[in-house]
Design a protein around this ligand. Sequence first.
Ligand code: ZN
Length: 759
Amino acid sequence: MDTRREFLKKSGSAAWLLTTAGLPALTAAGSATGERTTTPAEQMAPTPATGEPAPWYRRITRWGQVNITEKDPPQYDIGWWRDYWKRTNTRGIIANAGGIVAYYPTKIPLHKPSEFLGDRDLFGDLCKAAHDDGLAVFARMDSNRAHEEFYRAHPDWFAVDPAGQPYRAADLYIACINSPYYTEHLPAVLKEIATLYHPDGFTDNSWSGLGRDSICHCPYCKDSFHQATGYDLPVKADWEEGRYKAWLRWNYDRRIQLWDFNNGITTQAGGPDCIWSGMNSGSISGQSRSFRDCKAIAERAAILMLDDQARTDTGGFQHNGEIGKLYHGLLGWDKLIPESMAMYQAHKPWFRLASKPEPEARMWMVEGLAGGISSWWHMIGATHEDRRMHHNPERIFAWEAANEEYLLHRQPVATVGLAWTQENMDYYGRDQAEERVELPWLGMAGALVRARIPYLPIHLDHLDRDGKDLALLILPDLAVISDEQAQAVRRFVEKGGGLIATGNTGLLTGDGEPRADFVLGDLFGAHLEKPRNLFTKPTEEKMAGEAFHTYLRITPGKRHPVLQGFEETDILPYGGLLDPLKVDSDVTVPLTYIPQFPTYPPEKAWMRIPRTDIPGLILKEHLKSRIAYLPADIDRQYGRSNLPDHGDLLKNIVQWATNGNIPVTVKGAGLIDTHLYRKGNQLILHLVNLTNENTWRQSLDELIPVGPYKIRVRLPKDVAGRQVRTLVNAQNHSSPKSTDGWCEFDVPRILDHEVLVID
Ligand SMILES: [Zn+2]
């Protein structure tokens, strides 16, 4: 059976027209010949040198969205919002059009108009006003639920559980994406809107249908899954079962087919630039749970609509800079990523109608800009009694408008790559993705941010393409590695690239099947003594709160540079469990394992086995490469516990493995996120101030200035380093000193962020 990756490789060509056996044909509706319509990816070829402007989806930044509530139509004051668009430099709007309810007088049967629409054509009026003001319009759909009347008319179009009961969300019914709801009803709605109003494009909030936690047993799913795979539908998640994995892949494939199908519909009805772009999450585990294949989506998306409205306490503001880079890594840096940013209190807890503190909204926007994201203010409802939220986007939108030439179409500069794949999220993460996949990533990324080392998320399939300027590749407990990916890592190391890997890296195949040994064991200089089951829970209880009460012992004798700063200790806290490993003779083992002993009562807190030869860290120099394998999952521990020792150890190992090849240093106190870019013969450096008493807990309500900083930036050959301009605070202006290919300057004070242009 094809793996998902293989299927998607093929689907770049004409496979988007193929039907999954048994499903309604996904040819562009209305096309009698089933002729192939141009895919968005093809329409996006770089603008030819004809002087024609790039299509709107390559140009329009600074979006705004009032998510219309049902109650809004009579009270939506379009005149007031037109002023607001002007005031905020907004260039495009996302306006609710159809789906669960229609905000225009629709003629499609069962497409229910909003209860309070009356005789108003709200979407039509908004679309016209925006177009009259020169703004682009994304017609927003919310497509996957419907009301009872619809369900009664077409019960077979709706998803059902294994017992045949419909899946519901409150009083709405959830449509099955394999049913004619998606191939007949929604296309009719899209065509109606495109024909009546000519929006520039379409976006959809809930386009991918039911997620992984709900298995649909409707007749369409039954037939098509059986025809595609030979299996009956699974009844529940069983990751050991071939049938369940086949179901996952079949689901991913269907969403990609729908993406292309919807584009066929909208471009046919609205013209070649009338693209459809479903919204995507900033959480890769969220994407997995929704069967959204980030890589395959990015390969065909004309513009990536990111729905990632606010920070979490654990991910922090810096997640926004990171997710922008991650998606640009897939999309390319010539495409745009607008991101929905809540101006109200989002998530923890939700207060849809209360303003978020301006500093909290601002820092999320600032980090988005640092990662190449375009801002998009998002509010619920057309009238607000908490008017403070209207002011939240003003400052950053104005700054973005004034400085856009430095924010778009640039290339990131970084020498450290942090590898990821969605297969690792699926097949290793399974239903514990946070513990198995997200914490190691968070810890490694957190250590890099804290050390002010710029890094790039690298999809492991793109290592040959995107890894050319990297000095170091990090595999943060990346258990799932295919044979082809392992070969790419070997090629990277053979060319002199450094490598850091942790935990179970390479113990699963590309399809998530167990391997007898680390696929990169020869590079690590370490091998399993006996097969390891990655999915059995340890029988030992954790004695140190969320962690095991274990330690790492520093090997006596001359200390390795990765242990710099630990001169006054012979042990380091660890927190995980380790097995014995077979270790090659050409390695250094600077840290070994101390097994768990009680924390309580204090009288019992003494080491039962003070030393073992079980390695916690293995270092190796191979040709010109420096390789560190950490059997001890220090990345996961740092992600979970935030112990400075773990952050320092990771920083030291990164500095050793890059052999000092890091393009920027930032000296001074505070937590500063560092992003470096290149555009023409300029370097652009973002310094984001994350130093705050609310860094790790929402919400931020005051900004605390930090500084001064001493900055050193390595100059590429064609960047002179004669002047440094400041884009935020004019008082940060300083004269650089450029010698030996490095540019040195001071930044006296950073309140929220500073962006420096070096040329
Ligand atoms: Zn179904």
